[in-house]
Design a protein around this ligand. Structure first.
Ligand code: ASP
Length: 340
């Protein structure tokens, strides 16, 4: 991990915000300002900060390059390193808040992982951009400015990881990337955004909710030993062989099901066979919003399945991976999925 110096050190009265950079389009570079192609994770955190000189009026910044990847290449190993840094910074009395810069593709997954593994009392804000740093009207600078403003704010404490994009503030549990393009690509389809930025201050629509932290990082052990969970994406005429193949390789399967977490009879039968052999099976929905409850069309009790509730398949994968470090019992797994 590259560590760089504190900038704005002469402005001692300003709060200190730590910025952990991981790459993404916010650090992406094109051949020209109007080119449609670009490479995510190209510029360093120092260059990124230098591109927004207005940050110097908000906070002193302590920057660290934790990774520099397009977030399609985000790994569990980076998550582990990031969570460890978040915990250390949360315990550092000099630091007011933490910003994580991140690619947008898996930003919601990293936020949810941190919510479950790295309790932070201080503001913890994840931010990205839909346009590369070198684009005309890049959205990264404004998003980064808002993220630092939010991270230095006392109102953002005790809320778990927050995501800020395009002026909207979301929780780690609810936020999703809902569009492949355009700067308004993030939403919280079930709960709604929890606030907005008004200038440099957040306006929250409600009080802080308790953080869901449940899986101490130290108890998870080495990344190579984390349970392996795959996602099966349902569609018309889904065949059993896909499920059978994955069930032979993984500790858990999450169904990104049609509708309320459903699939063809052949695939559901294959999932039942998997569950009978001890593979954990969670039913989620590919629809992007709504609730997958137990027993609507499938007898989860008889099948040994778990219903994902409001969690997307990609977040259910993370929760199942972590929960499997504690239990394989479907009833206990269901209780974990039911507790917010
Ligand atoms: N592929 C990029 C990433 O997730 C997209 C982005 O950041 O907007 O890193």
């Amino acid at each position: 991990m590259e560590t760089s110096a504190v900038s704005g050190a002469s402005e001692a009265h300003l709060p200190l915000v730590a910025v952990l950079a991981t790459g993404g389009t916010i650090a992406g570079v094109q051949a020209s300002a109007t080119a449609s192609s670009y490479v995510a994770g190209s510029i360093s955190v120092a260059q990124l900060m230098a591109s927004v000189p207005q940050l110097a009026g908000l906070a002193r910044l302590r920057t660290e390059q934790v990774a520099n990847v397009g977030s399609q290449n985000m790994t569990h190993a980076v998550w582990q390193a990031l969570a460890a840094r978040v915990q250390m910074l949360d315990a550092d009395d000099d630091v007011q808040g933490v910003v994580v810069t991140h690619g947008t593709d898996t930003l919601e997954e990293t936020a949810f992982f941190l919510a479950l593994t790295a309790p932070a009392c201080k503001p913890l804000v994840l931010v990205g951009a839909m346009r590369p740093a070198t684009a005309l009207s890049a959205d990264g600078p404004a998003n980064l400015y808002a993220a630092v403003a939010l991270a230095r704010h006392g109102m953002a404490r005790e809320r778990g990881p927050l995501v800020i994009m395009n002026g909207d503030i979301h929780t780690a549990r609810d936020v999703q990337k809902v569009a492949a393009s355009g700067i308004n690509a993030f939403a919280s389809p079930n709960g709604g955004r929890i606030g907005v930025m008004v200038g440099v201050d957040p306006l929250f629509h409600g009080p802080a909710q308790p953080m869901p932290h449940r899986y101490p990082l130290e108890a998870l052990g080495p990344v190579e030993q984390w349970p392996r969970v795959a996602v099966v994406y349902a569609h018309a005429d889904l065949q059993a062989d896909v499920v059978d193949a994955l069930a032979a390789l993984y500790d858990g399967l999450v169904l990104a099901g049609v509708g309320d977490g459903n699939a063809t009879d052949a695939a559901i039968d294959a999932l039942k066979r998997a569950a009978a052999k001890g593979v954990a099976v969670v039913r989620a929905s590919r629809t992007g919003s709504g609730y997958v409850g137990r027993g609507a069309e499938i007898d989860d009790g008889e099948a040994g399945f778990v219903a994902a509730g409001e969690l997307s398949a990609q977040k259910a994968r993370i929760l199942l991976m972590l929960a499997l470090t504690q239990t394989r019992d479907p009833a206990r797994l269901q209780a974990i999925f039911d507790s917010r």
